[in-house]
Design a protein around this ligand. Structure first.
Ligand code: TYD
Ligand code: MG
Length: 457
């Protein structure tokens, strides 16, 4: 008989240790280590690797001999979701949709399930959190009418397998993966080992029967249930649904995607009748901009395959205490510190002794180097308290020497700016194409940060 052993498992990152610790040594979260029974090595639980054994042909083949098979994709009927998935839902893909409770994951999944049903797919929606009547109420609110959409309230993985065998869906939605439990793992539902065991079984279902599967996973800050992070390595695609409390704007972002780009974002707005796709996020992001205010600059950021115009805001003010405060939201704080140093040293602006705040409007997160020049412009504008012309847009990467470096997809950024009525673009000189004049918008190329400041102020 296999001996059962207990380990202490971090409910946030999945790190396991033989003894209890107050703080997880891997992710440094406090109070997240919980005792769990370690699954016997032979079961599908544990690290989840066992699951592959059942589905792969383990005889080595020459790479050249392996037949090429094209990936089959189907539309989910929601354009923004298709975009983030890399152009539609791949058959047999396991997709994790993570996000804070109440952000709209169930709403998105139910809307997608309905649309897939209307497009002729058969969907099984497994809910472990709400009763069928509750889900029906939501469906009525969303106007879901698909004939081939099946619903079951279930928390047992074994029973879900039976339902799948009976209904034979093409798409399966598990809402949420943290409520499911399997008898093959002995720990409580929502723990790391249950989560892994359940996901391993779902992977067998998805790959074996070619069922595209969405797993909804809650992110909890206090670690009361294991987070979706512990599953990221097991699934094909990881999407996070994000938004700020009190804002109707939602962004769906791919963190990992075996079938497409990970930079892609999908934009939605939560309304009374569910989530509405935002076809033109730029217009939305710029809608609340205050004209003539210093410290505000619009940047064209490239997200996946499309440019999005976003407002970068900065506030520079004398510090009341000895050490200046630096706060950033939506951009990397290390990057902002670097840009402040460049401003100080290369452009001669005395910003080092001031409190500095940088924010990206609308709750967006920008991790692209092309945002640098806009951050510099916003900081400088606030520091000297002079607004940047509202019809000017800025993008470019800034190097340590204060040089402005070329970025990708300059043409697409300029085109988006022109479409939204901008009259002037300040961008890296190396991105200029003098042989291809652009009509309707003035394009200014700069080589150094000082040149940009001269052009702006
Ligand atoms: P939900 O999809 O239940 O979130 P999650 O599954 O991520 O926990 O969304 C819940 C919130 O969305 C809730 O606060 C109400 C709001 N909502 C709307 O504003 N409009 C709608 O049509 C629906 C269905 C929900
Ligand atoms: Mg939900």
């Amino acid at each position: 008989m296999a001996k059962t052993r207990t380990v202490f498992c971090c409910q946030s990152c999945g790190h396991s240790a033989p003894k209890w610790m107050g703080r997880c040594p891997a992710c440094e979260a406090w109070g997240t280590m919980e005792e769990e029974v370690e699954a016997p090595k032979s079961s599908a639980g544990g690290k989840g690797r066992g699951a592959f054994g059942a589905i792969t042909n383990s005889k080595p083949q020459r790479l050249n001999d392996i037949a090429e098979s094209s990936i089959q994709r189907n539309s989910t009927g929601i354009g923004e979701l298709d975009r983030v998935l890399g152009g539609g839902l791949v058959r047999g893909a396991l997709v994790l949709v993570g996000g804070d409770p109440g952000i709209g994951k169930s709403t998105l999944m139910l809307q997608a399930a309905d649309k897939i049903g209307l497009l002729g797919g058969r969907v099984l929606y497994v809910t472990g959190e709400e009763s069928p009547a509750q889900t029906k109420m939501r469906a009525v609110r969303l106007g879901a009418t698909a004939e081939e959409l099946f619903l079951v309230a279930e928390t047992s993985m074994e029973r879900v397998e039976q339902h799948v065998a009976e209904i034979k869906p093409q798409v399966l939605v598990i809402d949420s993966v943290q409520t499911l439990f399997t008898e093959s793992a002995t720990s409580t539902p929502g723990s790391v080992s249950q989560l892994r065991a359940v996901t391993a079984r779902l992977m067998v279902l998805a790959k074996g029967l070619e069922i595209s599967t969405f797993l909804v996973g809650h992110v909890t800050k206090d670690g009361s249930i294991a987070g979706p992070r512990v599953l990221e390595h097991m699934v094909d695609t990881v999407l996070y649904f994000q938004g700020q409390r009190g804002h109707a704007f939602r962004v769906l972002r791919a963190i990992k995607n075996r079938f497409g780009s990970t930079n892609e974002i999908g934009a939605f707005e939560m309304q009374g009748k569910g989530l509405v796709e935002i076809k033109n996020p730029s217009a939305l992001f710029l809608a609340e901009r205050l004209a003539g205010a210093s410290g505000s600059v619009v940047v064209a950021s490239f997200e996946g395959t499309r440019p999005i115009l976003v407002e970068v805001q900065a506030l520079v003010s004398p510090t009341p205490y000895g050490t200046p405060r630096r706060t950033t939201m939506g951009v990397d704080s290390g990057r902002v510190a670097l840009l402040l140093a460049v401003l100080e040293k290369k452009a001669g602006l005395d910003v080092g002794a001031s409190d500095t705040f940088v924010n990206v409007a609308g709750g967006m997160r920008l991790d692209e180097p092309a945002v640098d020049l806009a951050v510099v412009a916003a900081l400088a504008s606030s520091h000297i308290d002079r607004p940047v012309d509202a019809e000017t847009l800025v993008f470019g990467e800034v190097g340590l020497g204060g040089e402005v470096r070329a970025v990708v997809a300059a043409d697409a950024r300029i085109a988006e700016a022109r479409q939204l009525g901008f009259k002037r673009v300040i961008m890296p000189k190396n991105n200029l194409k003098p042989e291809e004049p652009i009509e309707g918008i003035l394009v200014v190329g700069v080589e150094k940060v000082e040149e940009m400041l001269d052009a702006l102020f």
